[in-house]
Design a protein around this ligand. Sequence first.
Ligand code: HEM
Ligand SMILES: *[C@@H]1O[C@H](CO)[C@@H](O)[C@H](O)[C@H]1NC(C)=O
Length: 251
Amino acid sequence: MADSELRQRKAKADDSKDKESKKLRTRTQEDDDAGSFRLDVLRVLTFLFLASCGLSYVISSGESFFWGMKNKPNYMKPDWWKAKFSGPIYLTPDELSKYNGYEKGKPLYLAVNGTIFDVSNGLNMYGVGGSYHFFVGRDASRAFVSGCFKEDLTADMRGIEEMYLPIDDPEIDSMWTAAEMEEMRKKEMEEAEKRVYEGLKHWVDFFTNSPKYQKVGYLVREEGWQEKLPMPELCKANQDKRKRRIPRDQQ
Ligand code: HEM
Ligand SMILES: *[C@@H]1O[C@H](CO)[C@@H](O)[C@H](O)[C@H]1NC(C)=O
């Protein structure tokens, strides 16, 4: 009697052990299933990607694996990585002028304050026919500050701060003594130079920090290149914007 009870209990214990191991088995099986499902998804996605590349290649008759996307993601461009890891390039203004979009296969470069940026990702704006095409292939720092996109396509910044200086008017200016006037002019000039610097810095920072563009190098010029050029004039639009000083009694 005690013996058979014992046997029965043992059998029950075995039974529950069996169930447990069954549960265990199915759980690992579920894990396997989930793993192979993920692998299947990966396989399908890989297949679709490769098939898409292949189809694009065939349809574009060997021209493109990515449906001829003009703006491929940066990480798919060998040139992007090359520029990132190779040192800076150095170009003369003449060499830089070749990167203006007219030579097929060459990237679009522009320079601001002597630093060259690859702006190929801004094809709509900087490419041939783009609204800001005039900025590529050159350093047009002066135009970045002045906004005069016809007259100021040069890096020659001489006299540009004038756009922020008041125009002299003998009648108004006579309200100050000569010494006061000198002091005031000094302050005005400092303020104007600061605004020019900030204006240029805005664009240097813009291109440096833009995820679309990347710094590729520097413009090289002969020493004293500006002195060989005529002194640039303030563009008419900015000349016309200049105001007289506010009379002393109205300040
Ligand atoms: C000092 C004056 C200005 C400078 C230096 C300047 C410069 C620029 C630059 C470099 C870009 C390209 C930005 C990029 O690469 O993403 C741009 C874009 C743009 N600018 Fe100006 N800009 C000036 C004034 C103006 C003014 C007054 C207007 C409006 C009337 C204007 C309208 C635009 C528009 C609409 C875009 C976008 C263009 C596009 O997406 O195709 N800009 N500007
Ligand atoms: C422009 O470049 C010169 C040196 O080449 C530098 O001293 C100056 O700070 C730069 N200006 C801006 C606005 O980055």
